[in-house]
Design a protein around this ligand. Structure first.
Ligand SMILES: CC(C)(COP(=O)(O)OP(=O)(O)OC[C@H]1O[C@@H](n2cnc3c(N)ncnc32)[C@H](O)[C@@H]1OP(=O)(O)O)[C@@H](O)C(=O)NCCC(=O)NCCS
Length: 164
């Protein structure tokens, strides 16, 4: 998964973020959160045994980032009051624009609804915004995540009702 994330960031984000932004984010903002693996909410897409994509839904408070993200909060959400998190979507560049991100996203939403959630929230990279807009998420705001060396990472919190 770490290798998949690195190649996805290197090739698919290069129009949206500078090399310095991608370098500062890799392994901190962009990386595996093993809590989601342990929770069984990180979904993987494979083709002929090759890992081509990943994406998670989460009942944890944390909104984004790897095991190493500062201020990590793994507290549990309450489906009665909180929105499920959508997180950690990375597709292999050789397999992008083939509907794999969409397939993982739809399955994450199905599982969040089954767990009782009525809304989903995520923090989109500039690269990810188009995927989520295509799935009827709306942009709630925009801000910059501060990273090491004073490098900012512009992102967009987005959300969607999961109940028709
Ligand atoms: C964002 C990402 C996960 C999308 O995955 P994907 O499997 O390529 O997405 P899909 O093929 O399911 O795309 C579905 C729709 O989203 C939109 N979309 C996705 N990527 C797009 C792009 N680069 N430009 C424009 N629209 C895009 C399109 O409407 C697309 O439908 P279409 O291909 O029929 O036009 C992938 O580009 C990626 O891994 N990026 C690098 C890592 C990253 O930034 N992840 C987002 C974290 S929030």
């Amino acid at each position: 998964m770490e290798a998949l994330i690195a190649v996805s960031v290197a090739r698919l984000q290069k129009e949206d973020y500078t090399e310095a932004q991608r370098a500062a984010a890799l392994g901190v903002i962009f990386g595996v959160d093993n809590q989601l693996v342990r929770d069984g909410t990180y979904l993987l897409a494979e083709v002929d045994g090759l890992l081509v994509g990943c994406g998670a839904w989460s009942q944890r408070n944390n909104r984004f980032g790897s095991d190493n993200v500062p201020g990590k909060d793994d507290g549990m959400l309450n489906p009665a009051n909180d929105a499920a998190r959508i997180r950690g979507f990375f597709i292999h560049p050789d397999w992008s624009r083939r509907g794999i991100g969409s397939a993982i996203l739809r399955e994450c939403e199905v599982r969040a609804v089954a767990a009782g959630y009525r809304r989903a929230e995520l923090t989109a990279t500039l690269t990810g915004i188009a995927l989520y807009l295509a799935h009827n998420y709306t942009i709630d705001s925009r801000y910059e995540i501060p990273m090491a060396g004073g490098v900012p990472l512009p992102v967009a919190p987005m959300s969607k009702s999961l109940i028709p």
